[in-house]
Design a protein. Structure first.
Length: 249
């Protein structure tokens, strides 16, 4: 299924039948990726008296409740409402779902006890000016799909780098870590605030997607991104970012 996407006087040709899913699935096991000191998600049948919502238990359908936290249990997309006193919903904020995107791979720099993604690394890696920036960190292994991140001091984006990403007009930032910020930062959230330019001039349309996984065989470069969310009236939603290769004419 070939389609042409026109953006800023450029035509991008993609095959919609050849998608590259960069989300991490949510599983009701202790091997589900996890952060922020919370228990694993649960997917379990509704129980009403003697009735169990499971076909193998005699019900006509499988009828499950799901308990999870979008920020801690997998790929999720969040809006500025994540850090504001005022309520903003990702469902109301994200109204466009296809974007030009560039994937870059970065080896965070060692700075004292931390590993940090710096402004200079972003400037060096970026070759275009896309609507969405996707950051894959190195080392990149399948462990990211099941890693227990709590108390690991994961790498993070520096305030200066986040501000630079905002200043060059990138509206959607995607990363394969639980947060763009340092795990234990005393609630400063410097990268979140810099990217959203909050509170000075809030970028209400901008989003951050965390806990993605980009396989090594997906090469750095330009793509069309389809950023899919569930219709949650919440600051964040589980999401399914999908890339499409740009075909040569």
């Amino acid at each position: 299924m070939i389609t042409n996407i026109h953006y800023k006087n450029v035509t991008y040709r993609v095959d919609l039948s050849e998608s590259l899913d960069i989300s991490i699935p949510l599983r009701a096991t202790d091997e589900n990726v996890n952060a922020w000191y919370i228990p694993a998600p649960k997917i379990e049948p509704v129980i009403d008296g003697d009735w169990i919502g499971k076909v193998s238990e005699g019900a006509s359908t499988n009828f499950n409740n799901i308990y999870f936290n979008p920020h801690g249990h997998g790929t999720h997309t969040e809006c500025i409402g994540h850090i504001t006193n005022e309520f903003y919903s990702i469902n109301q904020t994200l109204k466009q779902f296809f974007f030009t995107a560039e994937l870059v791979t970065i080896h965070p720099e060692k700075q004292e006890d931390d590993f940090v993604i710096t402004k200079n690394q972003i400037k060096t890696a970026l070759q275009t000016n896309p609507q969405a920036l996707i950051i894959r960190t190195f080392p990149n292994t399948e462990e990211k799909c099941s890693k227990q991140y709590s108390h690991t001091n994961w790498p993070y984006v520096s305030e200066e780098a986040a501000l630079y990403i905002s200043e060059i007009g990138i509206a959607h930032l995607l990363i394969d870590l639980p947060s763009v910020d340092k795990e234990k930062d005393e609630g400063k959230l410097l990268a979140h605030r810099a990217f959203w330019n909050y509170p000075e001039a809030p970028r209400l349309e901008a989003t951050i997607t965390e806990m993605i996984f980009v396989k090594n065989e997906i090469l750095d470069g330009n793509y069309i991104l389809n950023l899919q969310i569930a219709s949650f009236e919440n600051d964040a939603s589980p999401s399914k970012p999908v890339l499409y290769k740009i075909l040569k004419s």
